[in-house]
Design a protein around this ligand. Sequence first.
Ligand code: UN1
Length: 485
Amino acid sequence: MKAYKILIDGKWINSESGETFSSLNPATEQALGRFQSGNENDVNRAVDAAERAFETWSSTPAPKRGEILLRAATLLRQEKESLARLVSTEMGKVIKEARGDVQEAIDITEYMAGEGRRLFGHTTPSELRDKFCMTVRRPVGVCGLISPWNFPIAIPAWKLTPALICGNAIVFKPASDTPLCAIKFVEILQKAGIPPGVINLVTGSGEHAGLPIVRHKSVRCISFTGSRETGLRITKEAGIKRVGLELGGKNGIIVMEDADLNLAVDGVIWGGFGTTGQRCTAASRVIVQQSVKEKFEKALADRVSKLRLGSGLDPKTDVGPLINRNAVEKVQMYVDIGVKEGAKLLCGGSRFKGRGFFYQPTLFTNATYDMKISQEEIFGPVVCIIAVKDLDEAIDVMNSVSYGLSSSIYTSSIRSAFRAIEQIEAGLTYVNSSTIGSEAHLPFGGVKQTGNTREAGIEGINEFSETKTVYFDYSGKLQKAQIDS
Ligand code: UN1
């Protein structure tokens, strides 16, 4: 079986640990290759290489950095189909969604390439004469980027491309479930002309490869997407550095009685069961107005029961496998809890007996807002219906969770839509569409326990640049702000 390496200072080498791990195809449980179990020594070498490379990369004109990213976007486009097949094989995503994953990486890479000719600061008048005020952007330094497995090409691209265009050097640790996608993505960036040492890639566990990055004194910025527990640990371990966190979600879709119910059913199917529910933007709660509950529930259950479970590579599949065995155990645990709590199981509720990490698309109804299945992130194909009497109660239920990433409302009332936009505590609110499908040029992120940052769009640039304020006095005399007039 092929053994892959880590990338330090432009060279693919073995880890000093001498140990490896494997990545499995979740549909077949077959190993795709051996990967290096990186450790602290590897991380230290990666950070040293990044610090050295930072000097020349940060002083390379940003439009030139942009040209390299544009070449990377072209290469990604050429490799789109093979990368999508890899995403499907390593992560299990159905092939159409895997193509979307790669497309999202292409989009953000093109967007960030264009930023090379913007990277705007601003100018503003001074309160004194003959004095000029402006801001300029500076790179942060060495950035530690830690990415999840659920968007194994797109999320690395969300982090690497803005960090690169701003002139930072990188130590990148991808999720242990999808190291091959990360390696292929970085190979493309290398091929496009990113100089040696600017991107260093260390595979391995959170404990042995992730933590040394988070703790390293010379790493100035951490960008992490993943679980709340790990996010919390990072804030404790990072010391004084920038930490951008994108953690979980318990996203809801509100369905009002004046909604187009067929459209809402489509939205729940896509948001709840797309990527097998393994998105931090997945819709795991449907908050439906009592007057249409029965009708809506029937239509939804009918659709859920027809979803076809299978390998992501089979074009007939609607829902692919979960990422690994632990995920199957976790989903089963929550389903058992839901039944115990008194929610009514309408569809699914059990794992698949054969090979592969499959779990049936599962729908609960008669859930209440405070049940565990309505409060905690399950990260699997499980949706629960909660009935409410009106919009006020719907918004209260929506906001009753500790997370605040995505949200959606189906209604034909402009008034209800705008109240939802104003009152839902979330980073994203969709009107008459599902909770998923953010675009590369708009900010993405959440409030409350979901995190403290926004990625993509111009906010992605803010995450990876420092703003320097410049006061330029050409009066030729000592002028004192706040004192001289
Ligand atoms: C995630 O689930 O971690 O809006 C990110 C979406 C995707 C990104 C999701 N564009 O669902």
